[in-house]
Design a protein around this ligand. Structure first.
Ligand SMILES: [Zn+2]
Length: 199
């Protein structure tokens, strides 16, 4: 049996989300049809608005409504430190910890030879530009995840940045190998930042 076109399209849309297969997409599609009209309308509106109103900060690469983002334009933040993360959601996690007051840089990925991801495929060149144009920066804290790709990205950045006389540090291994920053609690994260080491 063929599904009516709107349902078929809805299933197809859900299947574009990560980790959602045909079965789950079908269940979600039928669930959506059962939802209140108001809820469905709000859902659809927030989907459209999130794409329309959010951009990547031209300075740090974080998700923002204004450019530069509120963190980059906040002059009360410590301008001597830049903490480098893989994804915008890592910034949210670090900010929730409330103990880090420096700046950020979002790579939007890590170096991964297996996936064919080289330095030009992630947000590295804008970090170098930032370091060249902003003499206030004294330390780059690399907070990529403790995965093999995260580690090799950290080493790559260290080799690139250190010759400029800028300190490059890495979060302490309070975070277990392979653990995502995303899942670390505030205390673990705080200790990882406090105990960071030179690389
Ligand atoms: Zn920014």
């Amino acid at each position: 049996m063929q599904y009516p076109e709107p349902i078929a399209q809805l299933i197809e849309s859900y299947m574009k989300l990560p980790g959602i297969g045909q079965k789950t997409a079908t269940r979600l599609a039928f669930y959506t049809i059962d939802m209140d009209q108001v809820d469905v309308t709000n859902f659809a509106k927030s989907l459209v608005a999130s794409k329309r109103d959010l951009h990547f900060c031209s300075v740090c690469g974080n998700i923002t409504e204004s450019d530069p983002c509120s963190i980059c334009s906040d002059k009360t933040r410590d301008q001597t430190q830049i903490l480098v993360v893989e994804q915008p959601k890592d910034v949210m996690v670090m900010e929730k910890m409330r103990e880090y007051h420096g700046l950020y840089h979002v790579l939007h990925g890590v170096l991964s030879p297996i996936e064919g991801k080289g330095p030009e495929d992630i947000n590295i060149s804008s970090l170098l530009t930032r370091l060249q144009t902003n003499e206030a920066v004294k330390e780059v804290i690399v907070a990529t995840n403790a995965t093999p790709e995260g580690e090799s990205t950290a080493m790559y950045l260290s080799r690139l940045i250190k010759p400029a006389g800028i300190r490059v540090t890495r979060l302490a291994h309070g975070l277990s190998v392979g653990a995502d920053i995303e899942y670390a609690d505030s205390m673990t994260l705080f200790k990882a930042v406090e105990g960071r080491t030179e690389i």
